[in-house]
Write a protein that binds this ligand. Structure first.
Ligand code: HEC
Length: 174
């Protein structure tokens, strides 16, 4: 009845656009091979994004960067605002001197500091800059020796010392 009359239309629905082996081959090519190339292209695009475009780099800068020797000299600004003793202490000394790590005299511990303060400011400063027993040299880090000196005074005075605030030495041209 109506079933038989519908059959041809029905069949036509199921035969898609692919009718010959050549079309099948093309369909395979477009659905599998082309996306792979698109992906490869995208990967190239993404990874090349942080490479500078040709002609957009400062030639002099890039050449010096390439031919520079291993290791650089960092020039610190000697005229930057100096940190206070307390700031230096909080940044570099507190790790040992607050809890008394490795036998470090605790900040504010008058009994521990009294005999050390007696040895004089220069001795204490020298110990801090160059290191003493379990304390490594505090010089040569992020802070200027003058800032370490301020921290020594801050630390010693908290333990009963009466050292004067160090005076910033006039920078010597090297
Ligand atoms: C790694 C832990 C550690 C750090 C960090 C540290 N110290 Fe010490 N410090 C010690 C120890 C331990 C001693 C005791 C050394 C000794 O007399 O044997 C000490 C002793 C001292 C003394 C007394 C030295 C003397 O001659 O008796 C001073 C002053 C001092 N520290 C200052 C500082 C300052 C200022 C800083 C931060 C810039 C600092 N320390 C950071 C561990 C530390």
């Amino acid at each position: 009845m109506s079933d038989t009359s519908n059959t041809p239309v029905h069949e036509e629905d199921h035969t898609g656009p692919i009718k010959t082996p050549k079309q099948l081959l093309l369909a395979v090519l477009y659905s599998f091979v082309v996306p792979i190339f698109v992906i490869i292209g995208l990967v190239y695009y993404v990874t090349s994004a942080n490479k500078p475009q040709a002609g957009s780099v400062n030639l002099e800068q890039s050449v010096t960067a390439r031919i520079q020797k291993v290791g650089t000299v960092e020039i610190r600004d000697a005229n930057r605002p100096m940190k206070t003793g307390e700031q230096v202490f909080q940044a570099q000394c507190t790790a040992c001197h607050t809890a008394g790590v490795a036998g470090a005299p605790k900040i504010g511990d008058v009994a521990a500091w009294a005999p050390r303060i007696k040895t004089g400011y220069d001795t204490l400063l020298n110990s801090a800059l160059k290191g003493k027993n379990a304390m490594g040299a505090q010089s040569g880090g992020d802070f200027d020796d003058f800032e370490i000196a301020r921290a020594v005074v801050y630390l010693a005075n908290a333990g009963g010392g009466k050292f004067a605030e160090p005076v910033k030495p006039v920078p010597v041209a090297k």
